[in-house]
Design a protein around this ligand. Structure first.
Ligand code: MG
Length: 291
């Protein structure tokens, strides 16, 4: 699977897109057949005048994966997390593998624009994605989150790192996948691996690539993002049933008021069970209670 050289044809528009994208690592070029050259320690990229793009090097596959289309699609794995900005509800991480034969299926569902999909649409299409792709999902309940978070030296990025690695490790163990793996970037790569070391994670998935807004470039990340959101919404529904209230998403002022009402009804322990207790919302609820 792991090749070191990839070449593909592009049109003028794509060529400009690629040249702009790699501007940060462009290098001098004296060859008149070559329009643009870029290099990092991990890969070298060349755009020829005839609109052929060549990518070489140890990490070539990851760069190639960015520019994949139906014609030059590459199987890849990706993961994303949901719930980190919501006071109520768990954190969910999903990881998925997308193969060439899944491309048309996912394209038709509109997976590529995952960030634009409404919750209604996600509820509609996620079950089909879950059924089709090789996936793993990890959920950290609020109870568990609050236990972990009160421990020393924990922060949200550490919890995310642990969950991404754990979920990807399970996926890879199950499938023996050896292709490129992409995480939607939430911290620097170096920091991610340091967190895993701190945690003494029993299995560390190596050679993971990080991209900002990866869900718009990698179908596996987009699919993971949709399914993670779906799971998150399912958990919220359960919480709504248990508390007999409509949960407001996010962490804004309306959430404080809702949380205040819940504490009045059930006592403060309700927050330990259903919210991310370390959020500033808890403090605001206490202030409301004093009034
Ligand atoms: Mg993300």
């Amino acid at each position: 699977m792991s090749r070191n050289t990839y070449s593909f044809k592009v049109d003028e528009e794509k060529a400009i897109q690629i040249i702009n994208f790699y501007d940060y690592c462009s290098i001098a070029n004296n060859n008149e057949n070559i329009r643009f050259k870029a290099a990092t320690p991990d890969f070298r990229l060349t755009v020829y005048n005839n609109l052929t793009v060549l990518i070489q090097g140890n990490n070539a596959v990851n760069e190639y994966a960015i520019w994949q289309t139906t014609e030059n699609f590459i199987e890849h794995a990706g993961s994303d997390e949901v719930g980190v900005g919501d006071y109520f509800g768990p954190i969910v991480v999903a990881a998925a593998i997308v193969k060439k034969e899944d491309f048309a299926f996912l394209d038709e569902l509109g997976v590529k624009d995952s960030k634009k999909l409404t919750d209604e649409k996600i509820l509609e299409i996620a079950p089909a994605i879950k059924k089709r792709l090789k996936m793993k999902i990890s959920v950290i309940s609020n109870n568990k989150y609050n236990q972990v978070y009160t421990g020393k030296h924990y922060n949200l990025n550490k919890i995310k790192a642990y969950l991404h690695n754990f979920t990807l490790a399970k996926l890879i163990e199950d499938t023996n996948f050896t292709g490129p793996i992409i995480i939607d970037q939430f911290c620097e790569r170096e920091l991610y691996y340091r967190y895993l070391k701190d945690y003494k994670a029993p299995i560390v998935v190596e050679n993971v690539s990080f991209y900002i807004k990866a869900e718009s470039q990698f179908l596996a990340v987009a699919a993971a993002s949709i399914v993670a959101r779906y799971e998150f919404l399912q958990r919220l529904k359960e919480i709504e049933k248990e508390l007999n209230i409509k949960i407001i998403k996010g962490a804004g002022t309306e959430v404080d008021i809702m949380a205040f009402k819940l504490v009045k009804k059930y006592g403060e322990d309700v927050l330990k069970k259903y919210s991310k207790y370390n959020f500033a919302n808890t403090k605001k609820v206490r202030e409301l209670l004093k009034k």
